[in-house]
Design a protein around this ligand. Structure first.
Ligand code: AP5
Ligand code: MG
Ligand code: ZN
Length: 214
């Protein structure tokens, strides 16, 4: 089963993904996490991607589609994958349809987490990420038990370079121009499940659980 998490930057895709994979046999595939790990390793892909990510722009469709296609073929994605941050353009969505068709697989649901702009900004500027496992925290809304230490693995927390106010604004613009059209795309395919994202993490998760259990 393939499930897609769609939503603006800071909607809570990564936060909900951590909870969803604890309850369902899905492997979390986050293109943002894959790119950040390449940046950290200093690979050719990482160096190329960093330029775009730091500006809040998207990395090119070709690169991303190749990454996801390879990732979906790995054994841990056999029983299912939870796509977070992909697809992000109509070109990516069409390519995904083709890749899945070739593999004889299909999308079960597209969960669209809707959050307003003011909330996005306060979430992203207060976000902290675990350097080791990528878990996401918030200084006020979801603080770790020990300051600057990950609850799950004990790793240190840091602030993402693209979480500055200016870059967040740019990411919102890019989302509106290039990703929002996917709402319509998946609505037409009868796959869209809208979730109210302006509520507590647990409340959002309850709504998602209901959708996935159906
Ligand atoms: P990516 O890493 O995918 O970033 P994003 O889409 O901008 O989303 P975020 O990860 O910032 O937010 P999120 O929805 O996961 O929120 P989170 O759960 O952390 O992409 C980064 C970059 O990589 C892109 O800009 C692009 O350059 C490149 N890229 C990636 N994929 C690509 C693709 N397919 N094509 C091209 N380029 C690509 O939550 C945010 C904060 O809010 C946290 O602090 C959290 O604790 C808090 N929070 C979460 N839920 C709640 C809640 N309900 N109430 C209160 N606080 C909450
Ligand atoms: Mg994320
Ligand atoms: Zn961690």
């Amino acid at each position: 089963m393939i499930v897609i998490l769609l939503g603006p930057p800071g909607a809570g895709k990564g936060t909900q993904a951590e909870r969803i994979i604890d309850h369902h046999k899905l492997t979390h595939v986050s293109t943002g996490d894959i790119l950040r790990s390449s940046v950290k390793k200093g690979t050719e892909l990482g160096n190329k991607a960093k330029e775009f990510m730091d500006k809040g722009e998207l990395v090119s469709d070709d690169i991303i589609i190749g990454i996801v296609e390879e990732r979906l073929k790995e054994p841990d994605c056999k029983s299912g994958a939870l796509l977070d941050g992909f697809p992000r353009t109509v070109v990516q969505a069409r390519s995904l349809d083709k890749v899945l068709e070739k593999m004889g697989r299909s999308i079960k649901a597209v969960i669209y987490i809707d959050v307003d702009e003011e909330e996005i900004i306060s979430r992203l500027t207060g976000r902290r990420i675990c350097r080791e496992c990528g878990a996401s925290y918030h200084l006020n809304f979801n603080p770790p038990q020990v300051r600057n230490v990950c609850d799950q693995c004990g790793g240190g927390l840091y602030q993402r370079e693209d979480d500055s106010f200016e870059t967040v604004k740019q990411r919102i613009n890019v989302y509106q121009e290039q990703t929002e059209p996917l709402i319509n795309y998946y609505e037409k395919n009868n796959l869209l499940e809208k979730v109210e994202g302006n509520q507590d993490i647990d409340e959002v998760f309850k709504e998602i659980k209901k959708i996935l259990e159906n």
